[in-house]
Design a protein around this ligand. Structure first.
Ligand SMILES: NC(=O)c1ccc[n+]([C@@H]2O[C@H](COP(=O)([O-])OP(=O)(O)OC[C@H]3O[C@@H](n4cnc5c(N)ncnc54)[C@H](O)[C@@H]3O)[C@@H](O)[C@H]2O)c1
Length: 247
């Protein structure tokens, strides 16, 4: 199956591991050139090497406007433009999922800087290179946590708000903007960070008994970036096994 994007150019933030790396591999398998951005230099280079010739790794922090601007310009120069942007980089480890009073303002600022302002900075830097390209599309990775509060959840609710905002503001440039709100997805980070009891507690709130996998989110991303979604913008697709519906 192809999602009709062969020959196009995709940029994926947080591409060094987990979902970002998996998105890169999936889009390259559909014939796209992929640029992975991650603040972890070694991880992003290894991820690109693992995907092969169609992938390039760039070391960059989504909160650093100058760095991100230079990377977007380099990608566009090398490939002629940008067709797809996946805003996936995000902080969601245990230390960023604590009650606000325990996290303190400095950590809360960093959480919002990466998850919210990082999404803004990367989108603004990419959009001049996406404008007017046929099928141009942005997918933001939110979370089912957006619908249940908490500091992390609030940052992801803002990502959903940004999805609606950019859908409106970028429509005239021919760019669609949607979000995916994953439930619990067993990436390496989730496996190492969350105790099995916590994973099982969340799973018990799903309608479906299955584990959420990277492939489930890849499939949603492939749909939203495909020509089949040409009339879809400003939406958030929950992929949760029924978790969000149960809240
Ligand atoms: N795995 C899940 O269960 C789940 C569920 C809902 C939402 N999400 C969201 O999906 C996204 C990816 O999740 P994952 O499990 O693959 O995460 P992960 O922690 O395994 O990978 C995230 C990557 O982003 C990079 N990154 C972090 N901050 C960055 C920054 N400032 N600039 C550039 N790169 C940065 C990290 O270095 C890392 O390589 C996140 O936004 C997360 O909030 C994940």
């Amino acid at each position: 199956m192809t999602n009709g994007c062969g020959g196009k150019v995709a940029v994926i933030t947080g591409g060094g591991r987990g979902l970002g790396r998996a998105f890169g591999a999936a889009l390259a398998a559909h014939g796209m050139r992929v640029a992975l951005i991650d603040r972890d230099d070694a991880a992003v280079r290894a991820a690109a090497a693992g995907i092969g010739q169609l992938a390039t790794g760039y070391a960059g922090d989504v909160t650093d406007e100058a760095q991100i601007g230079a990377i977007m310009a380099a990608v566009a120069k090398a490939s002629g433009g940008i067709d797809i942007l996946i805003n996936n980089a995000g902080l969601h480890s245990h230390e960023y999922s604590q009650p606000l009073a325990e996290m303190g303002l400095q950590k809360i600022r960093r959480l919002f800087d990466v998850n919210v302002l990082g999404t803004v900075a990367v989108t603004l830097a990419a959009q001049p290179f996406m404008a007017g390209r046929k099928g141009a599309s942005i997918v933001n990775i939110a979370s089912a946590a957006a619908f249940s509060g908490g500091g992390y959840g609030t940052s992801k609710l803002a990502v959903i708000g940004l999805t609606m905002t950019f859908a409106r503001e970028l429509a005239s440039a021919g760019i669609r903007v949607n979000a995916i709100a994953p439930g619990i997805i067993l990436t390496d980070t989730i496996r190492s960070e969350l105790p099995p009891e916590t994973v099982n507690r969340v799973k018990a709130m799903q309608y479906l008994p299955d584990d959420g996998t990277e492939q489930d989110i890849i499939d949603a991303m492939l749909y939203l970036t495909s020509p089949q979604a040409r009339f879809v913008t400003g939406e958030t697709l929950r992929v949760t096994g029924g978790l969000a519906a149960g809240i």
